[in-house]
Design a protein around this ligand. Structure first.
Ligand code: HEC
Length: 425
């Protein structure tokens, strides 16, 4: 009898401390997964209910502990809107799966999150949409398409925030907004957009933020709104991933203006190289570049770019005192999840800091993302079968008087990079 009672007590305590869906797991999945794993979301299945979750418990535990979900590429440093499970959250999910994915008290399951349909920041100052719906076939390769948005910008404006709404989140993988002051996008877009893998196909390609599944609207720092030129064309670049059924998409975007002129300016330090020639089979091909910043700056954001066979992306700052700060490290690059990263806190870089990029490409058969089997020689270029190497660091000079010196040094770097003969970046 006593033995029975003890056994029952042990079971009771183990049960009491056990992990359940309603008490522990639902909240973790709502917070970290639901933005994509919901009806109409970009992920292939929903994870909003116990039934949907329990039947995939093993897989969920596996992707969580491998950290392949939620998708988040940088391992360092800390950025805003980081999508990473904590070690404790991973332990909870893993234990729940191992114990047979119990539901617990279903009445106590928290309410699933609500995803607002309208613009999150309220009525925008300028709203525009793709001029017509675009047909995405049921299958075939991913498409990268640029659309000139019908919009009238009669005078220069300062942009404080940008939001985007995919027309069809089953096929829109990500979207980027640019302004074109050259008129060339308008010439190429004959009504249903034009193909534009990698870059939007004009220079300078001034970015105005982007949308990736689960992202919040882009907001410029209060004192650094972005200049939108009068008469510029707004160009939307959309990455489509066929869903298995024919689909249509008409993505929309919203701009929010401010009359407050910037008191400081962000400048782009473009590290990169067009000298790329990767032999077939080479598993460790490096592309490097660097720039010595002549004035003190705060780095506020960073945007790495390469195509499919880039493996490891490292950007760091070698400070004048000999220490090194990681600006970004992505050990397993995935073209599908590219985005700009904003630092959780600005990174102060004293005058004389050398910023360095080091990208490593794997053009061997062993690289599962290599589009060529057997591998082929890969050269620099804008199309899927080419490679690129770019690391853009957005910096703000600590002293506004220093802006011209920095701009002049960046101009010098650009001239050296192009050998004075045309812009090839
Ligand atoms: C930013 C969007 C996004 C978030 C956030 C996200 N997922 Fe996913 N998930 C996807 C997409 C898209 C796929 C389809 C495969 C792919 O493209 O990688 C996927 C696939 C999966 C798969 C199937 C993997 C396989 O090998 O079949 C599982 C399991 C999964 N996600 C679990 C999760 C869990 C658990 C979370 C939260 C801890 C999560 N995901 C967060 C977008 C997301």
């Amino acid at each position: 009898m006593v033995v029975h009672l003890l056994g029952w007590l042990a079971a009771f305590w183990a049960g009491g401390a056990s992990v359940t869906y309603s008490h522990d797991v639902a909240a973790i999945l709502y917070r970290n997964c639901a933005s994509c794993h919901r009806p109409g979301g970009v992920a292939p299945f929903s994870l909003l209910t116990y039934q949907e979750t329990a039947k995939r418990a093993g897989l969920i535990a596996a992707v969580s502990s491998k950290r392949s979900m939620p998708p988040w590429l940088p391992v360092a440093p800390h950025f805003q809107e980081e999508r990473r499970l904590s070690d404790a959250e991973i332990a909870t999910v893993t234990r729940w799966a191992a114990e047979g994915a119990p539901e617990g008290n279903s009445a106590a399951t928290p309410a699933p999150p609500h995803f607002p349909e309208g613009w999150q920041l309220g009525p925008p100052d300028l709203e525009a949409q793709m001029p017509a719906a675009y047909d995405v076939p049921a299958d075939g390769p991913d498409q990268y398409r640029c659309f000139v948005l019908p919009s009238q910008i009669p005078r220069d404006r300062w942009v404080r925030a940008v939001d985007m709404r995919p027309g069809n989140s089953r096929v829109v993988h990500h979207a980027l907004l640019f302004q074109d002051i050259t008129g060339s996008a308008r010439q190429r877009d004959t009504g249903s957009g034009y193909e534009c893998f990698g870059t939007p196909g004009f220079l300078p390609a001034r970015g105005l933020g982007g949308w990736t599944p689960g992202s919040l609207p882009f907001r410029a720092p209060d004192d650094i709104p972005i200049l939108l030129h009068a008469a510029a064309d707004l160009v939307l670049q959309v990455h489509y991933h066929p869903s298995g059924k024919p689909e249509t998409d008409r993505t929309a975007m919203a701009l929010y203006f401010t009359d407050r002129k910037p008191t400081r300016h962000a400048l782009d330090i473009p590290l990169g190289s067009s000298r790329i020639d990767i032999p077939a089979g080479d598993a460790i091909y490096k592309v490097t570049d660097h720039f010595t910043i002549p004035v003190a700056v705060d780095a506020i954001g960073i945007n790495p770019h390469a195509h499919y066979i880039c493996k490891d992306m490292l950007g760091y700052a070698a400070l004048p005192n000999g220490t090194r700060r990681i600006l970004i490290h992505i050990p397993d690059w995935n073209f599908s999840w590219q985005q700009e990263y904003l630092y959780a806190a600005p990174v102060r870089l004293p005058a004389g800091t050398d910023v360095v990029m080091e990208f490593t490409y794997d053009n061997s058969d062993a690289n599962p993302r290599n589009p060529n089997h057997p591998p082929k020689r890969v050269l620099w270029g804008p199309s899927t079968t080419d490679e690129m190497a770019g690391l853009h660091i957005a910096v703000v000079p600590v002293h506004t008087d220093d802006e011209d010196d920095l701009a002049a040094a960046l101009w010098g770097k650009m001239i050296r990079a192009t050998g004075g003969g045309g812009l090839r970046k």
